[in-house]
Structure formats: structure tokens, C-alpha cells
Design a protein around this ligand. Structure first.
Ligand code: DGJ
Length: 689
């Protein structure tokens, strides 16, 4: 809902529990008024009457109060917008008009030839913000164009939560007090990156289930930056958008425009758990395609076979996968071109004739005959120098003239900003998806940009933005042409997870780390912002082959992976009959609890910090608890798990034990898990009776 004050200069957007208000002064300064608990229009108008502090001359009264700080004039904060023409630098806008409709507000400003529109859209309690810039004058260079600047209310001490990591260790949650100055996170790698998820949360005194939490998440899969600033008067602003530095995003000629990605903000007074549930509901309702449809249990061949694959061996794996209840069989890397190692073949998206003499169709048909869907792996944005594609088009990669072409994993990045490259990839992928009945594509991206040059292009800088746009456009076009195909976003695990890619993919590969214990922390961080419905998790072999050699039971591995979209990624040809039988039971159990896990409300009962940890999903009259005990020390009793989200007056039956409890007892005294020793795990299903 959008409300407008009678003077047409104060606007109020409201969701079910929160409001957001802005005000335009007589001098066309756009000030932030309110973000938090729901207020009325008269409240917003009263806030608009409060005078700005009298700060001159060493501080600006506008700093920390503007909706979209520009460069120039009485401002010393990091600008959200920084532009220059041949004549001058900075912006001095005048207000033109506003438009409303469909829970959306557009505020239009102009500075000479440059039209600047701030967009606001309320999606339940999430405020989506973005900016469009249209140039109708001489060339304008966009040095920086953030999507939004968020302003927080005054509180005694803010605390920042972020999700940091690296390859095989993504999405780890860390919290620290904010101090004066700026905290900057982002990626200068050309993709979202393993190092930070584009999300921050700020709180003053929240706990898991209580207190105010402000969260912001960016929908962009290229380089990005979020800067959290505590200003000299302790006010806090968060500004973020595409691109890492301020040296140039794009040049806009007359008639050209740029639309920033969406930067979404959420206020919740339900603590970190309440904020996460609101983010999850928002993504399921507005971001993730077909989120009401549960994702199938998949098998992925990567850890089982790596590059050493053959049709016969994949058929053998498929038979075993089908027997344990897998619903989607995915052939990972190694099926195409001369791809027998990571040294060759990327770019040549036709089946390797030695390995698949009649193409992929016979295997796909076999998989379908076993009652499963069929999926394949691709990495379209990359090329090995040892490939037919590179030999034919060495100039199709990103490179700087006269400089070395840096190889990572023996591969180079294709310049997707080029239209010929875009068209080539479309033809290859469209042909591939038409050549065999493919139901699923795992789309990988296994190196960062390093030599992002584009010889001959007058404005090579645009490659950073245009690559992402071309990637999105290719996905959109493929999805439209092959509506039955689901896509997974992967980038060496979780290197491309953000709201932008999530609006075009059905799930994401969370991490290459499939160790079930490490995964608990990764999943705990991931769940701060993203729902279990998109979080792919595989059960792999023990000892863990990829990372740490840790030994764990099938039970522990399954219960860990069942917290997301369950997959199996071990070498099933080596599993014993007992292990396969046990796996079949776990898969069957997962299918039962899947609607709760993938579409229920998540409660993080205890974080994974060494002892007992647990999550609970609640949906309607049903609930499921997944609990893990990392290590039991000194033989101390394992604490009972106090549950959440239940009706205290209702009675619940536990399917595992047959015991009957009143909700109030589970909420106040908890459920005894029976876990003991090291790396133990369990599942409890509860149903209201
Ligand atoms: C990185 C992915 O994260 C893995 O799951 C696997 O697909 C490999 N790439 C294949 O090269």
C-alpha cells in the first residue's frame, strides 16, 4: 500500500507489519523518514516536520538522512550516485513528479539531460528498491550508481551480521559491533563470489526470536559492493549496488538508460529467526520460480566419478539411484568435447563421441525408463584454450591487448558482452536441450574475472555489467524455449548465490563442501537469508573424499542433507546392500517431510557451535525437527530441544516415539532427543492430533 500526503511531498509504503516513509523538502532534498514498525500517514507527516540538525559548517545536516545521496553539494558521505560529463561531475537534481501503482512508488528527478527515477515496491514487508537512469543529453559516465541507500533509526549500538567465506566454506555467519567509519563487503571478481553473500543484517539487541532486525540483500550476480557506514553522529546508512569500485560502470549516450539491480530491505521485530522466515516467504512468493513446487531428490555423479565417466558407468549409477528412490539423475562434468580432465573441452557442448557414441539421448531415455528425470552439467561462460571453440575464436574471451591471459583451472572467461558470443551460446545450448530429453541443467561458473578487457571496444568497462545481463538474458531465453527444464546455479559451489540469479534458477549448489558437519554451519548461515527450498545438499561418501577425510555415519550425512533439497552424490556402486537399503529408507522419509522442509517455516532451535544443534520446520498441523550432536563432552546430558512455532493448547504426537505431548510442554520443556556420543543425528516428526 502506498499513501501520499496532501502536499504531495511525503510518501508512505506499508506492508502487513512495517512501513517505510520518505519526504521531499522545499529544496528537493529527498529525506528518509521512517523504516520499521507500521505507522500512519499522520505519523509520517509529523516526522517530516522535525527540523534537520543544525550542523554547519563541518558536518552536513543531510548526511545520514538522505534517501539516495548524490555526489556534490553539502554532502560528505559515500555517494550512491556518482556521474560525470565532459563538463562537470556530480548531480544537482530537481524533482519532476511521482507515480504510484501496484504497491510501487516512482519518484522522478532530473539533472539537465539525466533523468533519475527512484523505485520502491512493497512485497509484504520487503521493500524492493532500484533506480533507473536515462540520459537524454550529452554522454554521461556512470562512475557509481547504487540501487539504494538504507537509513537506520538511532539506536545505542548497532551490530552487523554478515555471511563470509571462501571456496568450500561459504555462508558462515559472523556478528560484530559496528564502530565509526565504514565496513565494506563485496566482490570484484565478476560474479557474486564465495567470499560474501550480498546480504547484511543490523540489529541493536536482537536474539534469535526477539527484537528488531534490519536486513538488506542485493539481487546481482556480478561484482557488487555494500558499504555500511556509521557516521560521525552515529547514524547508520547502508548503500549498495552493482560494481565494486567507483571508477566507471557504464557510459550512457543520448537515449540510453541503466537500470540498477534490486536492493531489497526487510524490517522484522521477530529476531533473526523472524527476519529469516520473512525473507524465505518473500523469496518463495516473489523471487524463486515455481517455488510452490517441491524440488526432487537428485543424484549427482561428480564426487562418484569426477572426469572418468562412461555411458555404461552412468547407467549403473542410475539403476542404483533409482533403486533408493532418487527422482532426478544428473550427469556432472565430463560428458562433452574432449573433457577427460579440467585441461580441455570447455566450450564444446556436444557429447564426447568416445563416451556417448549415440549422444546423450540413450542415457536420458534409460534414466527416464527408470522413472527419474535427467539432468546435465554445463559451464557455458568458460572455455579451455584446448577446445575447438577457442581454436576457432581466440578473441572471444576477456583479455587485455598485449597481456597474458590468466588461466584459472586451465580456463578463460568468454566475453559474454559480445553479441556473437551470446548468439553462439544460445545456439549451442538450445541445440543441446533439443537433442535429448533434458529436465535439468546445473549451470556452473568456475573462475573469477581477471583480465576483463575487450580490445576494440570503445567502452570496455561495460563488460562487467553486460556479462551479467547477457547471462540473465541467456537463462531467460532458454527457460522460455524449454519451459520444462529446471536450472541450478553453481559456481564452484556457492559462488553465485544472490536474489538476481535466484529469480531465474530453481535451486543453488550451496557449497562444494559436502562434509556433513561443516555443512551444518554453512547451512546455518545460508538460512539467514535463503530458504531450504533452494539449498541443494548431497549425501556423499565417508570418509569424505573432497575435503577432509572425515568419517560419519549414513544417518548423520542424511539428516544433515535433509535440511535442504536432498541429493545423493556418493559412489553408489561402492555402497553395500545394507547402506543402499538404509539410504532408501532415508530418501523415503525425506519425501514425507519434504513439504515441511521446502515450504514450511524454519526455526533454528540451536546453532551449530559444537554440541547439540537443531532446526525445526512447521507447516500447518505438522512439524519436523532435525537434530545433530557434534560431540558430547564429559558424558553430560544432552539438553532437551525447546520447540517453537507450535500451538501451546494443541496436542502433538511424535511419529518416531508414539509419545503424545501438549504444545505448551514442547515449547517450555522441550523434546528429549536421545542423541549421544559424537556425530549423532535424529529426526522427529510431530503431528497435531
Ligand atoms: C564445481 C562444482 O561445484 C562441482 O559440483 C562440480 O560440478 C565441478 N565444478 C565440476 O567441474
Amino acid at each position: 500500500m502506498v499513501e501520499i500526503a496532501g502536499n504531495g511531498r511525503t510518501w508512505l509504503l506499508s506492508g502487513p507489519t512495517s512501513s517505510y516513509a520518505v519526504h521531499l523538502t522545499e529544496n528537493d532534498e529527498l529525506l528518509h523518514l521512517h523504516w520499521g514498525a507500521r505507522i500512519t500517514l499522520p505519523d509520517a507527516e509529523a516526522l517530516a516536520m522535525r527540523p534537520l540538525p543544525d550542523y554547519w559548517p563541518f558536518e552536513s545536516p543531510l548526511d545520514g538522512r538522505e534517501e539516495y545521496p548524490m555526489e556534490g553539494g553539502p554532502r560528505f558521505v559515500r555517494p550512491a550516485l556518482s556521474v560525470r560529463t565532459d563538463e562537470r561531475r556530480g548531480t544537482e537534481w530537481t524533482f519532476e513528479t511521482y507515480e504510484t501503482g501496484d504497491d510501487e512508488l516512482r519518484l522522478r528527478f532530473r539533472d539537465a539531460g539525466l533523468g533519475i527515477t527512484l523505485h520502491y515496491r512493497m512485497r509484504d514487508d520487503v521493500v524492493e528498491r532500484w533506480v533507473t537512469l536515462r540520459n537524454d543529453g550529452p554522454v554521461v559516465e556512470l562512475l557509481r550508481a547504487d540501487s539504494a541507500t538504507w537509513t537506520l533509526p538511532d539506536r545505542d549500538q548497532w551490530r552487523l551480521s554478515q555471511l563470509h567465506g571462501r571456496w568450500a566454506a561459504e555462508s558462515r555467519l559472523t556478528r560484530s559491533s559496528l564502530t565509526y567509519g565504514e565496513k565494506v563487503i563485496g566482490s570484484r571478481r565478476g560474479h557474486t563470489g564465495h567470499q560474501h553473500l550480498p546480504w547484511v543484517a543490523l540489529d541493536a539487541d536482537a536474539t534469535e526470536e526477539r527484537g528488531e532486525v534490519y536486513g538488506c540483500a542485493l539481487g546481482w550476480s556480478g561484482s557488487w559492493r555494500i558499504a555500511v557506514a556509521q557516521l560521525p553522529d552515529a547514524r547508520v546508512q547502508i548503500t549498495g549496488g552493482a560494481g565494486y569500485d567507483d571508477s566507471g560502470l557504464l557510459r550512457l549516450a543520448a537515449g540510453e538508460s541503466f537500470t540498477t539491480p534490486v536492493f531489497a530491505g526487510l524490517w522484522s521485530d521477530g529476531g533473526f529467526g523472524g527476519a529469516s522466515r520473512a525473507w524465505h516467504a518473500y523469496q518463495r512468493a516473489y523471487v524463486v520460480p515455481d517455488a510452490e513446487r517441491d524440488r526432487p531428490v537428485l543424484f549427482n555423479s561428480w564426487e562418484a566419478t569426477e572426469f572418468d565417466i562412461s555411458e555404461e558407468q552412468q547407467r549403473a549409477l542410475a539403476r542404483r539411484a533409482a533403486a533408493i528412490g532418487v527422482e532426478l539423475f544428473v550427469v556432472d562434468d565430463g560428458w562433452f568435447g574432449a573433457r577427460t580432465s579440467d585441461r580441455a573441452g570447455l566450450g564444446d557442448w556436444t557429447p564426447n563421441p568416445d563416451r556417448f557414441p549415440a549422444g546423450l539421448k540413450p542415457l536420458a531415455d534409460h534414466v527416464h525408463a527408470l522413472g527419474m528425470q535427467f539432468g546435465i552439467w554445463v559451464e557455458p561462460e568458460m572455455v579451455n584454450p584446448d577446445s575447438d571453440l577457442y581454436r576457432a575464436h581466440p578473441d572471444w574471451v576477456q583479455f587485455q591487448p598485449g597481456r597474458k591471459r590468466t588461466e584459472f583451472r586451465n580456463q578463460l572467461v568468454l566475453n559474454l558482452a559480445r553479441e556473437d558470443v551470446q548468439e553462439h551460446l544460445w545456439e549451442q545450448l538450445h541445440a543441446l536441450l533439443s537433442s535429448a530429453p533434458v529436465d535439468y541443467v546445473k549451470w556452473d561458473f568456475n573462475r573469477c574475472f581477471t583480465d576483463a578487457g575487450w580490445p576494440g571496444e570503445p567502452s570496455p568497462q561495460r563488460l562487467w555489467v553486460d556479462h551479467v545481463r547477457a547471462f540473465y538474458a541467456l537463462l531467460d531465453r532458454l527457460r522460455a524455449a524449454h519451459p520444462g527444464v529446471a536450472f541450478e546455479s553453481c559456481s564452484g559451489g556457492g559462488g553465485r548465490i544472490d536474489l538476481g540469479v535466484m529469480s531465474r534458477t530453481d535451486q543453488v549448489w550451496t557449497s562444494d563442501n559436502t562434509d556433513p558437519l561443516d555443512r551444518l554451519a554453512i547451512q546455518h548461515g545460508f538460512s539467514q537469508i535463503h530458504p531450504a527450498r533452494v539449498m541443494a545438499a548431497w549425501v556423499t561418501d565417508s570418509p569424505n573424499t573432497q575435503l577432509n577425510g572425515r568419517t560419519s555415519t549414513l544417518r548423520f550425512r542424511f539428516v544433515s542433507a535433509m535440511a535442504g533439497v536432498l541429493g545423493v552424490g556418493g559412489d553408489l556402486t561402492q555402497w553395500t546392500d545394507e547402506e543402499l537399503a538404509e539410504a532408501r529408507d532415508w530418501v523415503a522419509l525425506y519425501k514425507e517431510i519434504r513439504p515441511l522442509v521446502q515450504r514450511g517455516d524454519l526455526y533454528r532451535l540451536r546453532p551449530p557451535t559444537g554440541g547439540l544443534s537443531a532446526v525445526q520446520y512447521v507447516r500447518g498441523d505438522e512439524s519436523v525437527v532435525l537434530a545433530w550432536l557434534q560431540a558430547q563432552s564429559y558424558g553430560e546430558p544432552v539438553p532437551a530441544l525447546r520447540l517453537r512455532g507450535l500451538d501451546p493448547t494443541a496436542t502433538y504426537e511424535c511419529r518416531e516415539t508414539g509419545e503424545v505431548y501438549r504444545g505448551v510442554v514442547l515449547l517450555h520443556h522441550g523434546l528429549r532427543t536421545g542423541l549421544r556420543g559424537d556425530l549423532d543425528a535424529t529426526v522427529f516428526r510431530l503431528c497435531r492430533i
